[in-house]
Each structure stands twice: as C-alpha cells, then as structure tokens.
Design a protein around this ligand. Structure first.
Ligand code: SF4
Ligand code: SF4
Length: 322
C-alpha cells in the first residue's frame, strides 16, 4: 500500500489548507531542489516544510503539453510537474497554498508574497477586493503598489499607516489605486499581471510611483483604457488630515547612524541624502522637503536609533526647544 493511501480522504479538515495529497506524490521545490514530501518511505511525516513551489508526481499527473516540448520541458522535471503554485506543508502533511510563483514581488532581491499584503488591506472596513503587485522601479527592480475596490473613498495616507502597523516596512505598498473592479479570470481569480499593465498606463500619465502622493485624504476618478476607474490621490476632495498641520521633522545629527530607512520609507520623499558626516562618520539624511510631510510617523517608527522626531511646528520655537 502506498504510504499515502491509508491517509486518503475523508480526513480531518483544516481551515486554510487544501488538504492532504491523494493519488500522487507531493513535493516542494526549495532552493532549486525538489524535496519529496510530506511522507517518507517509512510513512513518517516530513513537515513542516516550505515555503516552496508545489510539485506533484504520479500516474494521474499529465505527461506533457500537446506538441509543445518547450513548455513540457519547463514544467516537467524528472517526472515532477512544477505547478507554479507556492505552498507550505504543515506538521500533519497538509498543504497550504500561498500564491503563484509568477506573482511574487522581487523588491531588491527580497521575494514578497502579495497574499499577505492583500489580506492586510482587506482588513480595512470598506475594502472589498485587494491585490498587491510588483511594478518596475529603477532602484529596487520592483516596488509594491496595491489596487483595491472599496465601497467608499479611502484616505491613502491613512491606509498606508494602517499597513505600516501590520506589515514589514518593505511590504507596505508605496501607492494605492482604487478601481471600480479588478480584472478577473474565468475562475473569478484576480489577474495580477493585468494590473501591472494598468499601472504602466497610469505611470505613463504621470500617476505612477514618482507622482506626488495625496496630501489630503481622497480619491478622484480617472478612466483608463482598461475600462476601469482608477482613483488616485488628489488634493481637492476629502476631509482635512494631518497634511493641514504644519510639521517639523528633526533628525538628531550626532545620533543618526545613516541607515537610510527614513529616506527610503517616507512615502512623500521628504528626505534627501545628507551632505555632511557626523562625528561617528555616518551621513544623516536631511528632511529637505518638510512641506510634504503629512505626519504619518513612518520615519519615526522605522528609525532604529530613536533619533528622529516629527512634531507640530511652533512659531518662534526652534525644533530643539519644542
Ligand atoms: S512623518 Fe516622516 S515618513 Fe511621514 S511624511 Fe513626514 S517625514 Fe515622511
Ligand atoms: S532612520 Fe534614523 S538612523 Fe536611519 S538614517 Fe534615518 S534618522 Fe538616521
């Protein structure tokens, strides 16, 4: 008897898992090698395992694409079908899918699964659908942006701060675009790669990453050729926000270790690389465009050395005294 056969369904159901392998062997591609799991020859479970690309092997797996040896060679390796799905195997041998390999965002070599970002944005009460994608970036190769549908307008800055509280800094989308609907395939799944095309159109019209994020909270509609309505930051609509306050951004020149987090993560490009070095030889950044600051506190939260402050500007009081 196959080591898997005695575990065949029905078996215990686990929320979030697609279940146990049945009728085929299950493996994960990890660091270029197919790890055969989750059951070894003697029937012992090998999980937890992964994440990695899900691979399957067995008599019920197809033997190749019709008249397409190139595609066959790319997807079949030693009889294993590389599915293109990403997944993990838990300690009981259950498979948990986490997305598609092609949809991973490669930001400066950091492979980011968009699913976690989608799930975070979906926690926002009015958001109905969300999809994070990687879009071209001159420095990082790819940068994270997110598309969403929502029952009401959303303050982009507030949503960014919301994500900041729940995601690692490099996973927080740099821009959010609100659409009437997201492109979906026949199965109803959101087609992320089409969203990259939507982004390219927006970027061509000056509404990409380099555009100025909104300074008050709001969205305006803008028709694109995909028949979707993109909502982007604007300064004419929405409630007064932190941007209406006048703020002071203060970097402690001597304490700063020049890690550049504030420079990199500020959503409004307030900072510029500094010109001088401090006594420790580090080069603190300079908050040059402080008029853009909206007080989101992202820089303050990111600074590992507590040497940065964002506070209300008080006339006649120097930052050091405030
Ligand atoms: S609070 Fe910091 S991160 Fe936020 S906009 Fe101002 S300078 Fe940038
Ligand atoms: S995050 Fe803090 S330590 Fe790093 S460059 Fe900015 S001010 Fe300096």
């Amino acid at each position: 008897m196959s080591p898997l056969a005695y575990r065949r369904p029905p078996a215990r159901r686990k929320p979030g898992s697609v279940g146990l392998p049945y009728g085929c062997r299950l493996g994960l591609v990890i660091e270029g090698k197919i790890i055969d799991g989750p059951v070894s020859a003697d029937g012992r479970l090998r999980g937890p395992l992964g994440p990695g690309e899900v691979a399957v092997k067995g008599d019920n797996v197809f033997s190749g694409y019709w008249r397409n040896p190139k595609a066959t060679a790319e997807s079949l390796v030693d009889g294993w079908l590389l599915t293109g799905d990403l997944g993990e195997i838990d300690e009981d041998g259950y498979l948990i899918l986490s997305g598609r390999l092609k949809e991973l965002i490669n930001r400066a070599g950091e492979m980011i699964s968009p699913k976690e970002i989608d799930e975070t944005i979906l926690l926002w009460p009015s958001v109905v659908l969300a999809a994070a994608v990687g879009v071209p970036h001159p420095l990082y190769g790819e940068e994270v942006v997110a598309f969403l549908t929502s029952s009401e307008l959303i303050d982009e800055i507030a949503l960014s701060a919301f994500c900041w509280q729940r995601l690692s800094p490099w996973k927080v989308p740099k821009r959010f675009y609100r659409l009437d609907d997201l492109p979906k395939g026949p199965s109803g799944k959101v087609q992320r790669l089409k969203l990259v095309k939507v982004y390219e159109e927006l970027a061509a019209r000056g509404q990409g990453l380099e555009s100025q994020p909104p300074v008050s909270g709001l969205c305006v509609s803008d028709q694109n050729s995909h028949g979707l309505t993109a909502s982007l930051g604007a300064d004419a609509v929405g409630p007064p926000t932190a941007a209406k306050r006048k703020l002071e951004v203060v970097v402690d020149f001597e304490t700063c270790k020049g890690c550049g987090y504030c420079l990199e993560l500020c959503p409004n490009d307030v900072f510029e690389p500094g010109q001088g070095h401090n006594a420790k030889g580090y080069r603190p950044p300079s908050p040059k465009r402080v008029d853009r600051c909206v007080g989101c506190q992202v820089c303050f939260l990111a600074c590992p050395d507590f040497c940065l402050e964002v506070k209300d500007w008080r006339p006649g009081v120097s930052p050091a005294q405030a």
